[in-house]
Write a protein that binds this ligand. Structure first.
Ligand code: ATP
Ligand code: LTN
Length: 330
C-alpha cells in the first residue's frame, strides 16, 4: 500500500477551508493508502502563540481529526513533538536548503511584504522542517490545499538533491491538490483565503461555530449583482466560492448541475441551500466532537500513533545521518 502524509498547524480553530482543502481529503484517502496525519505543533510556534490558547487549539485539532472521520485504526495520527526525529531531520534539511529557495517561498514573502514586524527565524526556515516532516515517512503523495503546493515542490527538490549526493535516501513525493476546494475563500472578501490566522471574523466558518452563527455567515456572504448562479471565479468570485463549498459538501457535484438546479432562482435560495449543507456538516462533526471530548480516545490515539511513527522516523534519521557521515560506523 502506498503511503500518504499530511499535517495541520494548530494555530487557531479549524475551519471549513481546512476541512474541504485538507481534512476531508485525509479521510477520503485513508482506506486506499497508509495514511499519516499529524499535528504540526512545531510549525505553529513560528508565529507567537498564547500558551493556554495553543493548548486548547491543540486538543481541538486532534478531536476534530477524529470527529471529521479519521480512524485511528486506519491512519497513524500523532503530534509532531512526540516524534523528535522531525526536529533532528528538520535541522539536517535546513543545511541542505539554499537561502535563495527560502527567499522564494510566498508564505514568508507575503508576511514580509505586509510589513509584519519581528518575523522569527523559525518562520523563515519553516519549509525545511516541512520537508523533514514529509521525507521521514517516504510518502508517495502529500494532500494539501493550494497554498502548500510550493512547499511540497521544494521538498521534492531537496529530496532529489540529497538522493543525488548521498544515494537513494528518500521517496520523491507528489503534492495532491484537489480540483475543487483547494482554496476556499473568505465569505466577506472572496479575493482572500479563508484563514484561521485572521482571528474571529465573519468570513470564516469554524467547524465548532454555533449553527445559527454559521448560517448567518453564509447568508451574509459577499456576492455580486449579476443575479445568476454561475461558476466564474474572475467575475463572480463570491458565488463561485459558495459553489465550491456546495459542490464539495454534496459529493463533488459538478458545477453545471448546480447551475441548472438554481437556474431562475435568486441568490437567497442558493445561499439557503449552501447554509443547509454547511449546518448539516457542522452538526455531525460537533456531535462526534462532544463524544470524543468525553472519552479517552485522544490520549490513546496519540500514544499509539507516536509509537508507530517513531519507529519509522528514527530508522530514517539513522540512515540519513550515516549516509552523510555524521555517525561513527565500526
Ligand atoms: P490558516 O491560513 O487558516 O491559518 P494554514 O493554511 O496556514 O491555515 P493549516 O491550518 O495548517 O495552515 O492548513 C492545513 C491544510 O488546510 C493545508 O493543507 C492548507 O493548504 C489547507 N487549507 C487551509 N486553508 C484553506 C482554505 N481556505 N482552502 C483550502 N484549503 C485550505
Ligand atoms: N505547512 C503546512 C502544515 C504542514 C504540513 C507538513 C502539511 C507542516 N508540515 C507536512 C503537509 C505535510 C501548513 O501551513 N498548512
Amino acid at each position: 500500500m502506498k503511503r500518504m502524509l499530511s499535517g495541520i498547524k494548530p494555530t487557531g480553530e479549524l475551519h471549513l477551508g481546512s476541512y474541504i482543502g485538507a481534512l476531508k481529503q485525509f479521510v477520503k484517502y485513508q482506506d486506499d493508502y497508509e495514511m499519516f496525519a499529524f499535528i504540526a505543533n512545531l510549525h505553529c510556534i513560528t508565529v507567537p502563540q498564547e500558551p493556554e490558547v495553543l493548548q486548547k487549539n491543540l486538543h481541538d485539532c486532534v478531536a476534530l481529526y477524529l470527529a471529521c472521520g479519521l480512524d485511528p485504526k486506519k491512519a497513524t495520527i500523532f503530534l509532531q513533538t512526540d516524534v523528535p526525529a522531525h526536529a533532528t531531520l528538520g535541522y539536517i534539511m535546513c543545511c541542505h536548503t539554499y537561502m535563495g529557495e527560502l527567499n522564494r517561498m510566498t508564505q514568508f514573502k507575503d508576511k514580509q511584504a505586509k510589513g509584519e514586524k519581528n518575523l522569527s527565524g523559525g518562520l523563515y526556515t519553516y519549509p525545511a522542517l516541512m520537508a523533514a516532516d514529509i521525507l521521514l515517512y517516504d510518502p508517495s503523495y502529500v494532500p494539501v490545499g493550494e497554498d502548500q503546493k510550493q512547499h511540497v515542490e521544494l521538498t521534492r527538490d531537496i529530496a532529489q538533491r540529497m538522493n543525488n549526493r548521498y544515494g537513494d535516501l528518500f521517496t520523491v513525493p507528489e503534492p495532491l491538490v484537489g480540483k475543487v476546494g483547494a482554496r476556499i475563500m473568505s465569505l466577506t472578501d472572496p479575493t482572500k483565503k479563508m484563514s484561521k490566522s485572521d482571528g474571529i471574523n465573519k468570513g470564516c466558518i469554524y467547524l465548532l461555530d454555533d449553527l445559527k452563527a454559521a448560517r448567518k455567515k453564509v447568508m451574509g456572504a459577499v456576492t455580486d449583482n449579476l443575479a445568476h448562479v454561475h461558476y466564474d471565479p474572475e467575475n463572480q468570485p463570491g458565488i463561485s466560492n459558495l459553489m465550491q463549498i456546495y459542490s464539495s459538501l454534496n459529493n463533488d457535484r459538478p458545477f453545471d448541475e448546480i447551475e441548472k438546479e438554481f437556474e431562475g432562482k435568486g441568490y437567497g435560495d442558493f445561499k439557503c441551500a449552501v447554509a443547509d449543507s454547511v449546518c448539516e456538516l457542522l452538526e455531525s462533526i460537533q456531535t462526534k466532537y462532544n463524544e470524543i471530548c468525553n472519552s479517552d480516545i485522544i490520549e490513546k490515539t496519540l500514544q499509539q500513533g507516536a509509537e508507530k511513527a517513531n519507529v519509522i522516523a528514527n530508522e530514517k534519521v539513522k540512515k540519513v545521518q550515516k549516509a552523510i557521515g555524521m555517525e561513527i560506523v565500526k
